[in-house]
Design a protein around this ligand. Structure first.
Ligand code: ATP
Ligand code: MG
Length: 404
């Protein structure tokens, strides 16, 4: 066995662990950790009393593991711990490995020692002084016992010593999968990727559904959604995306209806498509990026007229958010650079400058009366392209060929 053993200790929020769901919660967390760590040559991943322990083959893996863990919902915080033998020399070696992995302390530091093993020949202040002097000598960083910038912890147990420093806050939330599945209506815009992220953070697995009017408009939105799926796929093992061409259905709607209500009818079509896919996927709700009053189509009246087309619950996690707040979150979670790329919104096809802001359910139903709505849904879905698994392997050209 090597003299030192680096282990990443991953902690979850205690409140999430209460009750009978605990084993399920931890199994999902473990699955998601394994997904986040794919390609990292760690030695072992196991669950121990409400924690996950990731044994590293080498402390050099830490920087990569550290970045990956920031994508795993349900993680409250985590830290690198180096396990060693009990002698001072072995503990010093562990401290050296920790400093190598994390770099020198940023500013001042102190050492806190704790002995669970009371037979240990040195008392805690002696350990603190010896290890403190060692860190000072290695890094030149000043000691500050009152308000240090960083604290190193040494724990002496019967079978070994444990050295750790920084505790890094995780993203929080619930492990993806513990809350079931939802279908997210994804445009290429700023809002829907943030809505998807929010639902994943609350423990939902997502199936993304993108409707487009290619080849009547450019293919940009499709390429953006594939890229967004790849980005969001960091949080979820097994991403799913369905791309549905609706240009022909939109054309039939446009022939049969007044221009002012077309946006509402297009949205009702998307809702029905999302509901059909949700039922196939075993999803419990439809999610959109709508925010009240953000654009003229997102009034209470229109949301009602659009939502009335389906029976599944519609979740709108951004309903009370300002555009500024949504944009800031899109920057933080890294979807903004993808959303920023200009594209063609399929809902503006055959639509006037001033669509209705106060549609009623009766108006929407009357406007749909000359149409065979179920046939429009069926014809659109017949041309769908499904992507499952690792988004890095998805082929946009294949989706375009299917759509053309
Ligand atoms: P986003 O920034 O997400 O595009 P938006 O501010 O542009 O939102 P709308 O275009 O009115 O708002 O769309 C409202 C919601 O309808 C989107 O958040 C998304 O959930 C859904 N949606 C819009 N266009 C599409 C599309 N082409 N395919 C699937 N869903 C869509
Ligand atoms: Mg949009």
């Amino acid at each position: 066995m090597p003299a030192i053993r680096p282990v990443v200790v991953v902690r979850v929020h205690e409140v999430a662990l209460k009750g009978r769901n605990r084993p399920w919660f931890m199994r999902m967390l473990r699955r998601n950790l394994a997904h986040a760590l794919r390609g990292v040559p760690y030695a072992d991943l196991k669950l121990r009393s409400g924690r996950a322990l990731i044994s590293l083959k080498d402390v050099a893996e830490w920087s990569q593991v550290r970045e990956r863990l920031s994508h795993v919902f349900g993680v409250a915080n985590y830290s690198l711990t180096v396990e060693s033998g009990l002698s001072l020399d072995e503990i010093r070696e562990a401290v050296g490995a920790l400093l190598e992995a994390e770099g020198p302390p940023v500013g001042s530091f102190r050492v806190r020692a704790k002995r669970s093993n009371k037979e240990y020949p040195l008392i805690s202040p002696e350990i603190e002084r010896a290890i403190g002097a060692d860190i000072q000598q290695r890094t030149g960083a000043p000691v500050d016992l009152r308000q240090p910038d960083q604290t190193y912890r040494v724990e002496i147990l019967h079978d070994g010593a444990y050295v750790s420093s920084e505790t890094i806050p995780g993203p929080g939330g619930l492990p993806v999968g513990v809350s079931g599945r939802v279908v997210v209506l994804m445009s290429g815009g700023y809002d829907s990727p943030v809505a998807a992220y929010r639902m994943m953070k609350r423990g939902c697995e997502v199936t993304l559904v993108h409707c487009h009017a290619y080849p009547f408009v450019r293919s940009t939105s499709i390429e953006k959604v594939v890229e967004l799926a790849q980005h969001l796929g960091r949080h979820q093992p097994g991403m799913r995306l369905t791309i549905v061409p609706i240009g022909q259905a939109q054309r039939q709607i446009a022939i049969a209806s007044e221009p002012e209500i077309r946006v509402v009818l297009y949205r009702r079509l998307m809702m029905r498509i999302a509901e059909a896919i949700a039922l196939q996927e075993g999803a419990g709700a439809i999610v959109t990026g709508e925010s009240l009053g953000q654009v003229s189509s997102q009034t209470l009246d229109n949301l009602r007229a659009i939502g009335a087309a389906v029976e599944l619950p519609i979740l709108r996690p951004l309903i009370g958010f300002d555009k500024d707040e949504i944009m800031a979150e899109a920057e933080r979670i890294g979807t903004a650079p993808i959303s920023r790329v200009p594209d063609d919104d399929c809902c503006t096809v055959f639509v006037p400058r001033h669509p209705t802001t106060h549609a009623t359910i009766a108006e929407a139903e009357a406007a749909e009366a000359p149409l065979d709505v179920q046939a429009l849904v069926g014809e659109s879905l017949a041309q769908r392209t499904d992507f499952h698994g690792d988004p890095a392997r998805w082929d946009v050209m294949q989706a375009l060929a299917g759509a053309a």
